[in-house]
Design a protein around this ligand. Structure first.
Ligand SMILES: Nc1ncnc2c1ncn2[C@@H]1O[C@H](COP(=O)(O)OP(=O)(O)OP(=O)(O)O)[C@@H](O)[C@H]1O
Ligand SMILES: N[C@@H](CCO)C(=O)O
Length: 312
């Protein structure tokens, strides 16, 4: 469970008076998630999810929540922010930006099956089509981000990992990102950020990594996360092909995107190896904090570089 910021019943009850959601009856910390503080909130009108945003600053929230609103209004299944009585999409509670969302049915996935991967490929392509109508804001150049974080982590690594990191940074740094179609993307569409009722997608959640960057990067984050089993160290090529095909049924890739798919999968694996190393070596203090193991992403990156994990 990740609860970095504790909230009392009285504090929450008073905060909810800024919304038209009824009176608080019960609340509990959510036993999942890594970066933000989440609570289930029950009122006499229903169940909601409150997020105290720890991972990004309040200045980024108009972009992030504006994107979610745009997707939801255009019928992409996703959690919808509840407006405060003032019309705002977020408020402040215990010095943290606070977002109240509708509570989706179903559960986040741990081990997605092929049908669910197919559903997510289609949803992601629709996401990209819809977001391409929005302006490119909050552009994120992932290789530069990796370089900066890699430099901070370097001295914490073994000699072998230092050499491995240097080679990976050099190889992934060679992509020309300016040629790739880009726009606002989710950037963290792991199975635990998709709520499913059986094989039906009830909604995408956790948009706090959203930024503008190439759509291909977002697709590769998703392919890596849905098709590589970190425990078994297995890349499911069939599942990856199905996810990619369902994506391309909606939004076919450009030839340049096809050509850069393998190296972009390496970039996406590198990005999450580094962020997990950061969380391990520079942990954020909290009451109860979940971490994900960096080794899984490093094994994925090694397999992608060796050419053992690929999509035909
Ligand atoms: N709108 C929602 N409806 C139902 N459950 C939700 C909703 N939003 C979040 N949850 C629950 O809360 C959990 C944690 O949410 P979330 O993934 O956003 O946390 P996080 O700390 O930002 O995650 P991450 O690990 O990706 O950084 C989810 O796994 C899900 O069980
Ligand atoms: N989805 C990320 C954690 C949150 O960004 C990971 O699995 O490392």
């Amino acid at each position: 469970m990740s609860v970095y910021t504790s909230v009392s019943f009285a504090e929450l009850a008073s905060y909810l008076e800024h919304y038209n959601v009824g009176a608080l009856s019960h609340y509990e910390g959510i036993s999942a998630g890594v970066e933000n503080t989440n609570y289930f909130v029950d009122t006499d009108q229903g169940r909601y999810v409150l997020t105290l945003v720890e991972s990004v600053s309040a200045e980024k929230l108009p972009f992030i929540l504006g994107l979610v609103d745009h997707l939801a209004v255009n019928n992409l299944p996703c959690a919808q922010p509840i407006h405060l009585n003032s019309g705002e999409l977020f408020g402040e509670l215990n010095d943290k930006p606070a977002v109240l969302m509708n509570c989706l049915s179903g559960a986040p996935l741990t081990k997605p099956n092929n049908q669910q991967a197919l559903v997510i490929g289609e949803a992601l392509a629709k996401f990209h089509q819809l977001s391409s109508r929005l302006p490119v804001e909050e552009y994120s150049h992932i290789p530069q981000w990796c370089n900066e974080l890699g430099a901070k982590l370097f001295e914490k690594l073994s000699k072998a990992d230092q050499d491995f990191l240097s080679d990976a940074l050099m190889a992934t740094g060679e992509i020309d990102w300016t040629t790739l179609p880009a726009g606002p993307v989710h950037a963290d569409l792991f199975p635990d950020n998709a709520m499913f009722d059986g094989n039906q997608l009830s909604g995408l959640i956790d948009f706090y990594h959203a930024c503008s960057t190439p759509y291909l990067y977002d697709l590769c984050v998703t392919l890596n996360a849905w098709c590589f089993d970190e425990q078994l160290n297995q890349f499911d090529q069939d599942k990856a092909q199905q996810l990619l095909a369902s994506y391309e049924d909606v939004r076919p890739l450009d030839p340049i995107e096809h050509a850069l798919l393998p190296i972009m999968m390496q970039t996406a694996a590198l990005r999450f190896w580094l962020s997990r190393l950061r969380d391990y070596h520079f942990p954020t203090a909290g009451e109860d904090v979940t971490q994900k193991a960096p080794e899984g992403k490093q094994r994925l990156l090694k397999g992608l570089i060796a050419g053992n994990f690929h999509i035909n």
